[in-house]
Design a protein around this ligand. Structure first.
Ligand code: SAM
Length: 277
């Protein structure tokens, strides 16, 4: 697809790789692969990660069986299964990883949710669905992988009905981050830039979205990456047999960079909620 950015090709290669799939699927539970909301710094990763999903869902008034939701960058579909099982809504999972999509479909069948969840292969820079088909666009920690975020926002706007809502989380840089300081993080995930809260406010406002709420929660990013690093170190011998030592060592270094970036105040993360006018 010629309109795809270079970053999309890199994300596809990464999330389809055996190492990444082993890591997220076996080690991380293959359900929620995003930053958690921790009630205590030593809380387990899975319940904290599920709390991010439930907290976002509770913010959407009127979510129910008639709601049509699209999750852009849906991973293994954990949020989709939660939304479909809890609220009865219909969810379209858009993801460019065929590896994750196959697992998502198996899990939906096991949960008896196949009729309420569609799994679609494609990129959020070029969403393969009609205009104005969804009441809610949802995304967790995925848009950072785009090399063309304005286009992702154009596409999100296009596929939402008038009055439709957009709720998402994204690892971002702080609004006043000095140039160059995040290069080690960007290089590791093959990106040129990260978004910021100021970027999303401005870009979404320009596209006719009104702000419902912006909840900055950088401390949760710091706790999450610290907890993932702790778990990796505690289970190092087991995990290198699943994902390989190079992958695990590289991941541990990357997690340290995220924690340092958070401590320096160069990063941002939070729940962003907008409505299409
Ligand atoms: C950190 S994972 C988060 C997955 C899921 N949202 C969750 O929270 O469990 C990032 C996801 O974004 C997907 N992704 C990255 N770039 C994408 C793109 N251009 N279009 C669609 N999905 C993309 C990856 O395949 C991966 O599933």
């Amino acid at each position: 697809m010629s309109s795809r950015s270079q970053a999309v090709a890199k994300a596809e290669e990464y999330y389809d790789s055996t190492e990444a799939d082993s890591f997220y699927s076996n080690v991380w539970g293959g359900e929620d692969i995003h930053i958690g909301l921790y009630q205590a710094p030593d809380e387990a990763i899975a319940p904290a990660s599920r709390r991010t999903v439930s907290t976002m869902a509770e913010r959407i008034a009127g979510l129910g069986p008639d709601s049509r939701v699209i999750d852009i960058g849906a991973g293994y579909g954990g949020a989709a299964r939660y939304l479909a099982a809890t609220y009865g809504c219909h969810v379209t999972c858009l993801n460019l990883s065929t590896t994750q999509n196959a697992i998502n479909e198996d899990k939906n069948a096991e949960a008896g949710l196949t009729g309420r969840i569609d799994v679609l292969h494609g990129s959020f820079e070029d969403i393969p669905t009609d205009d104005a088909g969804f009441d809610l666009a949802w995304s967790q920690d995925a848009i950072l992988h785009s090399g063309n975020r304005p286009r992702v926002l154009d596409e999100t706007h296009r596929v939402l009905k008038p009055g439709g809502q957009f709720i998402f989380t994204d690892p971002m840089q702080s609004d006043d981050c000095p140039p160059g300081v995040l290069q080690p993080i960007l290089d590791r995930i093959h990106l040129e830039t990260l978004g910021s809260i100021a970027f999303y406010r401005d870009a979404l406002g320009t596209r006719g979205f009104e702000e419902v709420a912006v909840l900055p929660l950088l401390d949760q990013l710091r706790t999450h990456y610290t907890r993932v690093g702790e778990d990796l170190k505690n289970r190092y011998a087991e995990i290198i047999t699943l994902c390989g030592q190079d992958y695990v060592d590289n991941m541990l270094q990357g997690l340290d960079r995220w924690v340092e970036g958070a401590d320096a105040g160069y990063l941002a993360w939070g729940i962003l909620h907008f409505r299409k006018s």
